[in-house]
Design a protein around this ligand. Structure first.
Ligand code: AP5
Length: 189
C-alpha cells in the first residue's frame, strides 16, 4: 500500500499552492503522489444531486447533509491505490460552529500515515483571501482566522492520537513559498 498523507489548513493559507510545488519537486526524483481534493469529491456528489451550485455553498448545508457527503467522499478516496495526498480540512467553519472535517468514521476509512498542517500569520491569510477573486469567502477578520488556526492545531493533535499518524506543521509565509515547498517535499520523501 502507498503512503496516505492528509494536508489541511484554513482556507486561503496556500495548501494547494504548496502541495503543487512539492509534488513537482518530487516528480523530478521519480516520487509520485496523486493529489486528491476532498472538497471536489464532496462537490461532485452535491452538484449531481442539485444541492449546490458552487463549492463555497457546501459549508452552509445542513450538517447531516455535509456528513453524508463526507462519508461518500471518504469511501471513494479509500479505494484509491498508490501514494496519495488528500487536500482537506481538520475543521470547517459553519454557521453552527466548527464541523470536524476528519471525524473518526472518515479517518478509519482513510487510515493516514501523516497529517500536514499548513499555517501562517492570520494577517497574511486575510490578505490572500482578499486578493483571490475566484472564490466566495466568508467575511472574517484576522482574529477569527487566528481562532480557526488554533482550533485546527487541537484537531490535528487529536487526529494524531486517534490514528497514530505523525503531525507535521509547515509554515507558508509571504515571500517564503519555496521554503514551504522544500519542507513539505522533505516530509513526503
Ligand atoms: P477546499 O477545496 O480545500 O477549498 P479551501 O479551503 O477554500 O482552500 P483553497 O483551495 O481555496 O485555499 P488553499 O489553502 O488551498 O490556498 P491556495 O493554494 O488556493 O475546500 C472547499 C470546501 O470543501 C470547503 O469549504 C468545505 O465546504 C468542503 N470540504 C473540504 N474538505 C472537507 C471535509 N473533510 N469535511 C467537510 N467539508 C469539507 O492559495 C490561496 C492564495 O494564496 C493564492 O492566491 C496563492 O497564490 C496565495 N499564496 C499561497 N502561498 C503564498 C505565499 N507563500 N505567499 C504569498 N501568497 C501565497
Amino acid at each position: 500500500m502507498g503512503k496516505r498523507v492528509i494536508i489541511t489548513g484554513v482556507p486561503g493559507v496556500g495548501k494547494t499552492t504548496v502541495v503543487e510545488g512539492a509534488m513537482k519537486a518530487l516528480a523530478t526524483e521519480g516520487i509520485i503522489y496523486q493529489p486528491i481534493n476532498f472538497g471536489s469529491f464532496m462537490f461532485e456528489v452535491a452538484a449531481k444531486e442539485g444541492i449546490v451550485q458552487d463549492r463555497d455553498q457546501m459549508r452552509k448545508l445542513d450538517r447531516t447533509v455535509q456528513k453524508k457527503l463526507q462519508k461518500m467522499a471518504a469511501q471513494a478516496i479509500a479505494a484509491i491505490e498508490g501514494n496519495i495526498i488528500i487536500d482537506t480540512h481538520c475543521s470547517v467553519k459553519t454557521p453552527q460552529g466548527f464541523l470536524p472535517g476528519l471525524p473518526e468514521w472518515v479517518l478509519s476509512a482513510l487510515l493516514p500515515d501523516m497529517l500536514i498542517l499548513v499555517e501562517t500569520d492570520e494577517d497574511q491569510i486575510l490578505q490572500r483571501r482578499l486578493r483571490d477573486p475566484t472564490r466566495i469567502r466568508d467575511m472574517e477578520g484576522s482574529r477569527g482566522i487566528a481562532d480557526h488556526q488554533q482550533f485546527n492545531r487541537s484537531a490535528a493533535s487529536a487526529i494524531g492520537v486517534m490514528t497514530g499518524c505523525t503531525v507535521k506543521i509547515v509554515k507558508n509565509q509571504d515571500f517564503l513559498l519555496e521554503q514551504a515547498i522544500q519542507e513539505m517535499a522533505a516530509a513526503l520523501r
